[in-house]
Design a protein around this ligand. Structure first.
Ligand code: MIC
Ligand code: SF4
Length: 640
């Protein structure tokens, strides 16, 4: 039986176990990446593990999220990360170099490699034919320390691309179409592998847009084959030597196939407030637009921005629109400065902002109250822009640029503007933003600890009886942005869990933190796909600090479920989803004989307030059982 590309790469990296859906395996991790907003925790954890040099081939610490320096906090975090990177042999990418995923694609990603990153959009690397997985910070710290990562083998869903995209229809529209078909939970427990003749019509940066937003499907990762287009991209980055051709076997068997006819797709948009709420630009209609933001790890590549420049050249941004553009990397910005495209953008009336995540994570450029904001980003969760009542639509760079000129959501096909082909260019190597780790023995180098950097909370071993008061009942698809909001106000406190705890679930229920503080132990009740979105382990560490013992939900998003277990908090799944309706804030729950129940993998919890007993599936692997029993991953490692 033929093999999928995903399973071939997993098998090449296998340390233990067998690659078949549902099995727990350990794989070798070749590369890791961190960014600063999850990175401080990663490097605190790495320090706590007391290792020497990292065991990976390459580990990079990027600074791209917490870029505003309105106080000492973010700058202290950068200095801390740089100092720990030096000690452990990690490359440090200075602020200003660009967005981690764009930079990793340009400089380090390679076909056939494995990459683990403390950011949910790490699968961007799948555009180069690598297995690139987003994970919680602790998993990445352990991967650096041991060079390994454990995962449950996902199924592989084939997406068969046929035909060729029409003008004004882009890679962004492909992934928006896939999101519409599969929804934000359609990728949970799956790798999405792209196949078919349509693949060769897409460049590596197109492919990376698609694999990047596979995170919004909840997928473990997404991957494209490595072919001549991969070679062309690597050559353009001066990295031809990293090329290996790779593809699935001709008779590879997939666990399902989604057919996509590229030639039939129109320009699409995801409407407020979910990336899967997709319709065609034409059907949504010419809604008036206040802000257009172009950039983010999804759509800030050289070819994306050159197309934007071509659309804006000689035209004017509409008087009612604020257009902001954040290029993906310094390399892209500098080339656009050299070839005049930057001037075309500026002359049209756009605001150029730093090469960073910026508005994507609410770091500036929050739109005005009630605004319609078109963004080329990947998430439009309510309030993520920093403006609670803004209406954010996700679109391609081409749709964004033409709409910025028109002042309304515009279908480029009807605009009469013709789009030029942007050929791949060759970029000169410039590593002036990279700080390479120094001397052979760096263990005596001092760690730069600013006063805002506080120790992370640690759990204790599981007691035999766990009592908890229900502190919150939520609905379906709760995001980690809901659990632990992030914006310019809170991001400077990513290394200060006690401070952040006051804001947990702030947008859903302002009383949550106070209720937890008054209780000896709490529980959260969730619907489907609880914890979708970001990889931030703060969405588990803050609940741990607030004494949350378990989360009872209909289903969990992958990374958040792991983060809960890593923190020693039990994610438990309702065996009968209708039981969800019986739970209310303030009810007292008790889990008796917790240790043996966890070992047996099904759990009964008594609801003392209504006298009923409920059963839950744990789906814990053997390793996860150990983590729950020890009170989290660090305790488990320390006990080894
Ligand atoms: C995001 O896009 O939500 C983030 C900010 O990049 C997060 C990481 C974080 O919360 O720091 C992610 O995607 O994992
Ligand atoms: Fe940064 Fe936005 Fe990408 Fe997250 S999704 S890494 S915030 S650009």
């Amino acid at each position: 039986m033929g093999k999928t590309l995903s399973y071939k790469i997993l098998e090449n990296h296998l340390v233990s176990g067998a690659v078949a859906p549902g099995n727990e395996i350990q794989i070798r991790i070749d590369q890791t990446l961190t960014q600063d907003s999850t990175g401080t925790m990663v490097y605190l954890q790495l320090e706590a593990m007391d290792i020497g040099k990292v065991k990976t081939e390459l580990s990079v610490a990027y600074i791209d999220h917490n870029m505003l320096q309105t106080g000492f906090e973010n700058a202290d975090d950068h200095a801390f990360i740089k100092s720990v990177a030096q000690r452990h042999g990690v490359l440090f990418s200075k602020p200003g170099n660009g967005i981690c995923h764009q930079l990793h694609l340009e400089n380090y990603g390679a076909p056939g490699k494995t990459l683990l990153g403390s950011d949910s959009h790490t699968p961007t690397g799948g555009g180069l034919g690598m297995i690139a997985i987003g994970a919680g910070g602790l998993d990445v710290a352990v991967a650096m320390a041991k060079g390994e990562y454990s995962l449950t083998v996902p199924e592989v869903l084939g997406v068969n691309l046929e035909g060729k995209l029409r003008p004004w229809v882009t890679a962004k529209d492909v992934i928006l179409y896939v999101l519409k078909q599969l929804t934000v939970k359609g990728g949970v427990g799956r790798i999405i592998e792209y196949t078919g003749d349509g693949v060769k019509t897409l460049s590596v940066t197109d492919r990376a847009t698609i694999t990047n937003m596979g995170a919004e499907l909840g997928a473990t990762t997404s991957i494209f084959p490595s072919d001549e287009n991969t070679l062309a991209y690597l050559r353009s980055q001066g990295r031809e030597a990293d090329y290996t051709p790779l593809c699935a076997d001709g008779d590879a068997v997939y666990d399902g196939v989604l057919e996509v006819d590229l030639s039939s797709l129109p320009p699409l948009a995801a409407m407020p407030h979910s990336p899967d709420n997709v319709d065609s630009v034409r059907s949504i209609g010419e809604i008036k637009v206040d802000q257009v933001a172009i950039g983010s790890c999804t759509n800030s590549s050289y070819s994306d921005l050159m197309k934007v420049a071509a659309i804006l050249k000689g035209r004017k941004v509409h008087p009612d629109v604020s257009l902001v553009i954040s290029p993906g990397s310094a390399k892209i910005l500098s080339r656009m400065a050299e070839n005049g495209a930057l001037a075309d953008i500026i002359n049209a009336g756009a605001r150029i902002i730093e090469n960073a995540c910026g508005p994507c994570i609410g770091m500036g450029q929050s739109p005005r109250s009630g605004a319609v904001s078109l963004r080329t980003f990947n998430r439009n969760f309510k309030g993520r822009s920093g403006t609670q009542d803004a209406e954010v639509y996700l679109v391609s760079p081409e749709t964004a640029a033409v709409s910025a000129v028109c002042g309304y959501l515009a279908d480029g096909c009807a605009s009469g503007i013709s789009l030029p082909e942007i050929p791949d260019e060759t970029f000169a190597k410039n590593d002036n933003f990279i700080v390479y780790p120094g001397r052979a023995d760096t263990s005596s180098l001092e760690v730069a600890m600013g006063p805002n950097i506080k120790p992370f909370p640690r759990n204790t071993a599981l007691p035999d009886e766990v009592s908890a008061t229900v502190a919150l009942c939520t609905g379906d698809n709760v995001t980690t942005d809901d659990i632990m909001p992030s914006d310019s106000r809170l991001l400077p406190y990513r290394s200060n869990i006690p401070y952040l705890s006051g804001y947990c679930f702030e947008k859903i229920d302002g009383g949550f933190a106070e209720r937890c503080r008054k209780s000896e132990g709490c529980a959260i009740i969730g619907g489907e796909n609880y914890g979708q979105g970001s990889s931030r382990e703060h969405a588990a560490l803050v609940p741990l600090y607030l004494k949350v013992k378990f989360v009872l939900a209909k289903s969990f998003a992958r990374i958040h479920r792991s983060n809960l277990i890593n923190s020693g908090i039990m994610p438990l799944v309702f065996e009968n989803p209708d039981d969800f309706d019986d739970f209310e804030v303030g009810q007292s729950l008790v889990m008796k004989n917790a240790i043996s129940q966890v070992r047996n993998k099904t759990v009964a919890i008594d609801n003392k307030s209504n006298g009923k007993t409920y059963t839950f599936a744990t789906n814990f692997s053997d390793l996860e059982i150990q983590m729950i029993l020890h009170g989290g991953k660090i305790n488990c490692i320390k006990s080894e």
